[in-house]
Design a protein around this ligand. Structure first.
Ligand SMILES: O=C(O)c1ccc[n+]([C@@H]2O[C@H](COP(=O)([O-])O)[C@@H](O)[C@H]2O)c1
Ligand SMILES: Cc1cc2nc[nH]c2cc1C
Length: 347
Protein backbone atom coordinates (compact mmCIF):
# COMPACT_ATOMS: atom_id res chain seq x y z
CA UNK A 1 0.00 0.00 0.00
CA UNK A 2 2.72 2.49 0.87
CA UNK A 3 4.51 1.85 -2.36
CA UNK A 4 1.40 2.92 -4.27
CA UNK A 5 0.38 6.54 -4.07
CA UNK A 6 -3.09 6.69 -2.50
CA UNK A 7 -5.76 9.12 -3.66
CA UNK A 8 -6.19 12.10 -1.40
CA UNK A 9 -9.69 13.34 -0.67
CA UNK A 10 -10.20 16.64 -2.53
CA UNK A 11 -10.21 19.97 -0.69
CA UNK A 12 -13.34 21.96 -1.62
CA UNK A 13 -12.38 25.50 -2.67
CA UNK A 14 -16.11 26.29 -2.98
CA UNK A 15 -16.80 25.34 0.64
CA UNK A 16 -13.70 27.22 1.82
CA UNK A 17 -15.02 30.31 0.07
CA UNK A 18 -18.55 29.77 1.40
CA UNK A 19 -17.21 29.47 4.96
CA UNK A 20 -15.29 32.73 4.53
CA UNK A 21 -18.48 34.44 3.30
CA UNK A 22 -20.36 33.00 6.31
CA UNK A 23 -17.72 34.25 8.76
CA UNK A 24 -17.55 37.65 7.06
CA UNK A 25 -21.32 37.91 7.46
CA UNK A 26 -21.23 37.60 11.23
CA UNK A 27 -21.70 40.68 13.42
CA UNK A 28 -18.02 41.53 13.93
CA UNK A 29 -15.25 43.31 12.04
CA UNK A 30 -14.22 41.42 8.88
CA UNK A 31 -11.65 38.74 9.76
CA UNK A 32 -11.84 39.82 13.39
CA UNK A 33 -11.44 36.28 14.67
CA UNK A 34 -8.16 36.05 12.81
CA UNK A 35 -6.67 32.57 12.53
CA UNK A 36 -9.67 31.06 14.28
CA UNK A 37 -11.48 31.89 11.06
CA UNK A 38 -8.70 30.27 9.01
CA UNK A 39 -9.14 27.16 11.15
CA UNK A 40 -12.84 26.90 10.28
CA UNK A 41 -12.13 27.59 6.60
CA UNK A 42 -9.63 24.72 6.68
CA UNK A 43 -12.20 22.38 8.25
CA UNK A 44 -14.81 23.46 5.67
CA UNK A 45 -12.45 22.64 2.81
CA UNK A 46 -11.48 19.22 4.16
CA UNK A 47 -14.99 18.13 5.19
CA UNK A 48 -16.58 19.85 2.17
CA UNK A 49 -19.26 21.59 4.21
CA UNK A 50 -19.98 24.97 5.80
CA UNK A 51 -21.26 23.11 8.86
CA UNK A 52 -18.12 21.34 10.10
CA UNK A 53 -18.70 18.17 12.10
CA UNK A 54 -16.51 18.21 15.20
CA UNK A 55 -18.53 16.64 18.03
CA UNK A 56 -16.99 13.17 17.96
CA UNK A 57 -13.22 13.16 18.27
CA UNK A 58 -10.58 10.67 19.21
CA UNK A 59 -6.89 11.01 20.04
CA UNK A 60 -4.80 8.02 19.00
CA UNK A 61 -1.73 7.74 21.23
CA UNK A 62 0.82 5.54 19.46
CA UNK A 63 3.42 4.03 21.81
CA UNK A 64 6.79 2.51 21.04
CA UNK A 65 10.26 2.12 22.52
CA UNK A 66 13.60 3.08 21.05
CA UNK A 67 16.86 1.16 21.16
CA UNK A 68 18.72 4.47 20.92
CA UNK A 69 17.50 5.31 24.43
CA UNK A 70 20.36 3.01 25.52
CA UNK A 71 22.84 5.43 23.89
CA UNK A 72 22.16 8.02 26.61
CA UNK A 73 20.09 10.48 24.53
CA UNK A 74 17.16 10.87 26.92
CA UNK A 75 16.63 12.06 30.47
CA UNK A 76 13.74 9.66 30.95
CA UNK A 77 13.80 5.98 31.96
CA UNK A 78 12.44 3.52 29.38
CA UNK A 79 9.66 2.24 31.66
CA UNK A 80 7.83 5.56 31.26
CA UNK A 81 6.61 4.42 27.82
CA UNK A 82 4.64 1.42 29.11
CA UNK A 83 3.68 2.91 32.46
CA UNK A 84 2.23 6.04 30.88
CA UNK A 85 0.43 3.91 28.29
CA UNK A 86 -1.56 2.32 31.09
CA UNK A 87 -1.88 5.56 33.06
CA UNK A 88 -3.32 7.22 29.95
CA UNK A 89 -6.13 4.66 29.75
CA UNK A 90 -6.75 5.19 33.47
CA UNK A 91 -7.16 8.93 32.83
CA UNK A 92 -4.15 10.24 34.73
CA UNK A 93 -1.69 11.56 32.11
CA UNK A 94 -1.52 15.00 30.52
CA UNK A 95 -3.31 13.87 27.38
CA UNK A 96 -5.90 11.90 29.33
CA UNK A 97 -6.78 14.77 31.65
CA UNK A 98 -6.97 17.29 28.79
CA UNK A 99 -9.08 14.81 26.82
CA UNK A 100 -11.60 14.71 29.67
CA UNK A 101 -11.75 18.52 29.66
CA UNK A 102 -12.21 18.57 25.88
CA UNK A 103 -14.67 15.67 25.45
CA UNK A 104 -12.24 13.60 23.43
CA UNK A 105 -12.01 9.80 23.32
CA UNK A 106 -8.56 8.27 23.85
CA UNK A 107 -6.99 5.16 22.35
CA UNK A 108 -3.51 3.91 23.20
CA UNK A 109 -1.92 1.73 20.55
CA UNK A 110 1.16 -0.41 21.17
CA UNK A 111 3.17 -0.40 17.96
CA UNK A 112 6.48 -1.29 19.60
CA UNK A 113 6.54 -1.05 23.37
CA UNK A 114 9.21 -3.08 25.17
CA UNK A 115 6.66 -4.54 27.61
CA UNK A 116 3.74 -6.96 27.54
CA UNK A 117 0.64 -4.76 27.59
CA UNK A 118 -1.89 -7.52 26.93
CA UNK A 119 -4.99 -7.29 29.07
CA UNK A 120 -4.51 -3.57 29.80
CA UNK A 121 -6.86 -2.15 27.17
CA UNK A 122 -3.96 -0.95 25.03
CA UNK A 123 -4.62 -1.88 21.38
CA UNK A 124 -2.09 -4.49 20.27
CA UNK A 125 -0.35 -3.64 17.00
CA UNK A 126 3.12 -4.47 18.26
CA UNK A 127 5.63 -4.60 15.42
CA UNK A 128 8.54 -5.47 17.72
CA UNK A 129 9.71 -4.96 21.30
CA UNK A 130 11.29 -1.57 20.62
CA UNK A 131 13.50 -0.53 17.72
CA UNK A 132 17.17 -1.44 17.44
CA UNK A 133 19.73 1.09 18.70
CA UNK A 134 20.30 3.31 15.64
CA UNK A 135 23.69 4.27 17.08
CA UNK A 136 24.75 0.69 16.37
CA UNK A 137 22.51 -0.62 13.58
CA UNK A 138 19.50 0.49 11.51
CA UNK A 139 16.44 1.04 13.71
CA UNK A 140 14.22 -1.49 11.93
CA UNK A 141 13.83 -3.51 8.76
CA UNK A 142 12.00 -2.12 5.74
CA UNK A 143 9.26 -4.67 6.37
CA UNK A 144 8.85 -3.38 9.94
CA UNK A 145 8.66 0.20 8.63
CA UNK A 146 5.80 -0.79 6.34
CA UNK A 147 4.13 -2.69 9.20
CA UNK A 148 4.09 0.34 11.50
CA UNK A 149 2.79 2.61 8.71
CA UNK A 150 0.06 0.04 8.08
CA UNK A 151 -0.77 -0.24 11.79
CA UNK A 152 -1.31 3.52 12.03
CA UNK A 153 -3.38 3.48 8.86
CA UNK A 154 -5.56 0.61 10.11
CA UNK A 155 -6.21 2.15 13.54
CA UNK A 156 -7.11 5.47 11.88
CA UNK A 157 -9.49 3.68 9.52
CA UNK A 158 -11.22 1.91 12.43
CA UNK A 159 -11.46 5.25 14.22
CA UNK A 160 -13.05 6.89 11.17
CA UNK A 161 -15.45 3.97 10.75
CA UNK A 162 -16.53 4.41 14.38
CA UNK A 163 -17.91 7.78 13.30
CA UNK A 164 -15.22 10.15 14.52
CA UNK A 165 -15.36 13.60 12.93
CA UNK A 166 -11.83 14.61 13.92
CA UNK A 167 -8.70 12.51 14.38
CA UNK A 168 -5.89 13.59 16.69
CA UNK A 169 -2.48 11.97 17.05
CA UNK A 170 -0.08 11.74 19.97
CA UNK A 171 2.63 9.40 21.15
CA UNK A 172 4.54 7.86 24.01
CA UNK A 173 8.10 6.78 23.32
CA UNK A 174 11.09 7.46 25.51
CA UNK A 175 13.98 8.46 23.24
CA UNK A 176 11.80 9.34 20.25
CA UNK A 177 12.99 12.92 19.76
CA UNK A 178 16.28 11.40 18.53
CA UNK A 179 14.77 9.47 15.57
CA UNK A 180 12.33 12.33 14.92
CA UNK A 181 15.29 14.72 14.60
CA UNK A 182 17.10 12.30 12.30
CA UNK A 183 14.02 11.90 10.06
CA UNK A 184 13.52 15.66 9.76
CA UNK A 185 17.24 16.24 9.17
CA UNK A 186 17.40 13.71 6.31
CA UNK A 187 14.07 14.44 4.62
CA UNK A 188 14.41 18.23 4.82
CA UNK A 189 18.14 18.23 4.09
CA UNK A 190 19.04 20.27 7.16
CA UNK A 191 21.99 19.69 9.51
CA UNK A 192 21.24 17.60 12.61
CA UNK A 193 22.39 20.50 14.78
CA UNK A 194 19.48 22.57 13.40
CA UNK A 195 16.83 20.12 14.59
CA UNK A 196 18.15 18.24 17.63
CA UNK A 197 16.72 19.62 20.86
CA UNK A 198 16.39 18.85 24.53
CA UNK A 199 13.51 16.38 24.29
CA UNK A 200 12.35 15.46 27.79
CA UNK A 201 14.96 18.00 29.01
CA UNK A 202 18.59 16.92 28.76
CA UNK A 203 21.72 18.90 29.63
CA UNK A 204 23.73 20.86 27.06
CA UNK A 205 26.43 18.14 27.19
CA UNK A 206 23.95 15.38 26.55
CA UNK A 207 22.40 17.38 23.71
CA UNK A 208 25.82 17.63 22.02
CA UNK A 209 26.10 13.83 22.36
CA UNK A 210 22.57 13.39 20.96
CA UNK A 211 23.50 15.54 17.94
CA UNK A 212 26.57 13.37 17.30
CA UNK A 213 24.45 10.20 17.58
CA UNK A 214 22.07 11.56 14.91
CA UNK A 215 24.93 12.72 12.64
CA UNK A 216 26.72 9.37 12.93
CA UNK A 217 23.57 7.31 12.30
CA UNK A 218 22.87 9.30 9.13
CA UNK A 219 26.49 8.89 7.99
CA UNK A 220 26.58 5.16 8.85
CA UNK A 221 23.21 4.01 7.48
CA UNK A 222 22.91 6.47 4.58
CA UNK A 223 19.10 6.76 4.55
CA UNK A 224 17.87 7.75 1.08
CA UNK A 225 16.19 11.19 1.31
CA UNK A 226 14.09 10.28 -1.73
CA UNK A 227 12.70 7.18 -0.03
CA UNK A 228 10.76 8.04 3.18
CA UNK A 229 10.28 4.34 4.03
CA UNK A 230 14.06 3.87 3.89
CA UNK A 231 14.52 6.86 6.20
CA UNK A 232 11.89 5.53 8.62
CA UNK A 233 13.52 2.10 8.67
CA UNK A 234 17.10 3.26 9.15
CA UNK A 235 16.70 6.15 11.62
CA UNK A 236 13.01 6.13 12.60
CA UNK A 237 10.67 4.77 15.22
CA UNK A 238 7.56 2.61 15.21
CA UNK A 239 5.14 5.19 16.66
CA UNK A 240 6.44 7.88 14.26
CA UNK A 241 5.73 5.57 11.31
CA UNK A 242 2.29 4.76 12.72
CA UNK A 243 1.53 8.47 12.93
CA UNK A 244 2.49 8.89 9.27
CA UNK A 245 0.16 5.99 8.39
CA UNK A 246 -2.72 7.56 10.35
CA UNK A 247 -2.14 10.88 8.57
CA UNK A 248 -2.30 9.22 5.14
CA UNK A 249 -5.55 7.46 6.09
CA UNK A 250 -7.19 10.68 7.33
CA UNK A 251 -6.14 12.55 4.19
CA UNK A 252 -7.58 9.81 1.97
CA UNK A 253 -10.90 9.84 3.81
CA UNK A 254 -11.53 13.59 4.09
CA UNK A 255 -11.22 13.58 7.87
CA UNK A 256 -9.28 16.49 9.42
CA UNK A 257 -6.33 15.37 11.52
CA UNK A 258 -4.89 17.48 14.32
CA UNK A 259 -1.16 17.16 14.88
CA UNK A 260 0.45 17.42 18.29
CA UNK A 261 4.14 18.29 18.68
CA UNK A 262 7.57 17.42 17.32
CA UNK A 263 6.92 13.71 16.86
CA UNK A 264 3.77 14.48 14.90
CA UNK A 265 5.74 16.85 12.68
CA UNK A 266 8.19 14.02 11.91
CA UNK A 267 5.27 11.74 11.01
CA UNK A 268 3.73 14.49 8.88
CA UNK A 269 7.00 15.06 7.01
CA UNK A 270 7.15 11.33 6.16
CA UNK A 271 3.50 11.36 5.05
CA UNK A 272 3.95 14.52 2.96
CA UNK A 273 7.01 13.00 1.27
CA UNK A 274 5.06 9.80 0.56
CA UNK A 275 2.06 11.67 -0.79
CA UNK A 276 2.51 15.40 -1.48
CA UNK A 277 -0.60 17.40 -0.57
CA UNK A 278 -1.31 15.50 2.64
CA UNK A 279 -0.45 18.66 4.56
CA UNK A 280 -3.62 20.36 3.33
CA UNK A 281 -5.59 17.88 5.46
CA UNK A 282 -3.71 18.69 8.67
CA UNK A 283 -4.15 21.17 11.49
CA UNK A 284 -1.09 22.13 13.53
CA UNK A 285 -2.37 22.50 17.08
CA UNK A 286 0.66 24.13 18.65
CA UNK A 287 4.31 25.01 18.21
CA UNK A 288 6.24 22.55 20.35
CA UNK A 289 9.11 23.91 22.43
CA UNK A 290 11.39 21.31 20.79
CA UNK A 291 14.18 23.11 18.91
CA UNK A 292 13.51 21.77 15.40
CA UNK A 293 9.77 22.48 15.46
CA UNK A 294 9.69 25.68 13.44
CA UNK A 295 11.90 24.19 10.75
CA UNK A 296 9.54 21.24 10.30
CA UNK A 297 6.31 23.25 10.40
CA UNK A 298 7.70 25.86 8.00
CA UNK A 299 8.54 23.12 5.51
CA UNK A 300 5.06 21.67 5.93
CA UNK A 301 3.60 25.15 5.40
CA UNK A 302 1.50 24.83 8.57
CA UNK A 303 0.88 27.64 11.04
CA UNK A 304 0.37 26.39 14.60
CA UNK A 305 -2.78 27.56 16.40
CA UNK A 306 -1.10 27.92 19.79
CA UNK A 307 2.39 28.70 21.09
CA UNK A 308 2.41 27.75 24.75
CA UNK A 309 5.99 26.42 25.01
CA UNK A 310 4.58 22.93 25.56
CA UNK A 311 6.73 19.82 25.05
CA UNK A 312 4.82 16.97 26.69
CA UNK A 313 3.76 15.12 23.59
CA UNK A 314 1.18 12.33 24.12
CA UNK A 315 -1.31 14.32 22.00
CA UNK A 316 -1.73 16.93 24.74
CA UNK A 317 -1.44 19.99 22.50
CA UNK A 318 -3.73 18.48 19.87
CA UNK A 319 -6.45 17.83 22.45
CA UNK A 320 -6.06 21.34 23.87
CA UNK A 321 -6.67 22.86 20.44
CA UNK A 322 -10.14 21.27 20.41
CA UNK A 323 -11.20 24.07 22.75
CA UNK A 324 -10.59 26.55 19.91
CA UNK A 325 -12.71 24.51 17.51
CA UNK A 326 -15.48 24.27 20.12
CA UNK A 327 -15.30 28.03 20.64
CA UNK A 328 -15.73 28.61 16.92
CA UNK A 329 -18.66 26.20 16.71
CA UNK A 330 -20.34 28.34 19.35
CA UNK A 331 -19.58 31.43 17.29
CA UNK A 332 -21.16 29.86 14.20
CA UNK A 333 -24.19 28.70 16.19
CA UNK A 334 -24.96 31.74 18.33
CA UNK A 335 -23.73 34.92 16.68
CA UNK A 336 -25.93 37.46 14.96
CA UNK A 337 -25.19 38.32 11.37
CA UNK A 338 -24.43 41.85 10.14
CA UNK A 339 -27.79 41.65 8.31
CA UNK A 340 -29.56 40.84 11.60
CA UNK A 341 -28.32 44.08 13.13
CA UNK A 342 -28.52 46.00 9.82
CA UNK A 343 -24.86 47.00 9.63
CA UNK A 344 -22.98 47.66 6.38
CA UNK A 345 -19.25 48.49 6.38
CA UNK A 346 -17.84 51.46 4.49
CA UNK A 347 -14.13 50.57 4.34
O1 LIG B 1 5.50 16.81 21.67
C1 LIG B 1 6.66 17.25 21.70
O2 LIG B 1 7.01 18.19 20.96
C2 LIG B 1 7.65 16.60 22.62
C3 LIG B 1 8.87 17.22 22.83
C4 LIG B 1 9.76 16.61 23.72
C5 LIG B 1 9.43 15.39 24.33
N1 LIG B 1 8.23 14.80 24.09
C6 LIG B 1 7.87 13.52 24.74
O3 LIG B 1 8.96 13.05 25.52
C7 LIG B 1 9.40 11.78 25.08
C8 LIG B 1 10.62 11.93 24.22
O4 LIG B 1 11.64 12.67 24.81
P1 LIG B 1 13.12 12.08 24.78
O5 LIG B 1 13.95 13.10 25.49
O6 LIG B 1 13.04 10.79 25.55
O7 LIG B 1 13.48 11.90 23.37
C9 LIG B 1 8.28 11.19 24.28
O8 LIG B 1 7.45 10.37 25.08
C10 LIG B 1 7.54 12.41 23.75
O9 LIG B 1 6.14 12.16 23.74
C11 LIG B 1 7.36 15.39 23.25
C1 LIG C 1 6.47 11.49 33.03
C2 LIG C 1 6.66 11.60 31.54
C3 LIG C 1 5.52 11.59 30.70
C4 LIG C 1 5.71 11.66 29.31
N1 LIG C 1 4.85 11.69 28.32
C5 LIG C 1 5.49 11.78 27.18
N2 LIG C 1 6.76 11.78 27.44
C6 LIG C 1 6.95 11.73 28.77
C7 LIG C 1 8.09 11.75 29.58
C8 LIG C 1 7.91 11.70 30.97
C9 LIG C 1 9.10 11.76 31.85
Amino acid sequence: MFNVRPTLSPISEAKRHAMKVKLDGLAKPTGGLGRLETLMITLAGIQQTTKPRTAKRCVMVFAGDHGVERAGVSATPRKVTWEQSINTLEGHTTVASLAIANHCDVKVIDVGVDHDLSGTGVIDKKVNWGTKNLAEEPAMTRDEAIQCLQAGYDVALDTINEGNDLLLIGELGVGNTTPASAIISVLLGVPAADVVGRGSVISTERMAHKTKVVEKAIADWQPDPNDPVDVLSKVGGFEIGAKAGAILCAAEHGVPLILDGFLSYAGAVIAEKLDPGVKDHLIASHLSREFGSKCALDWLGLTPMLDLQMAVGEGSGAVLALSLIDAMQSVLTHMNTLADIDVRFKP
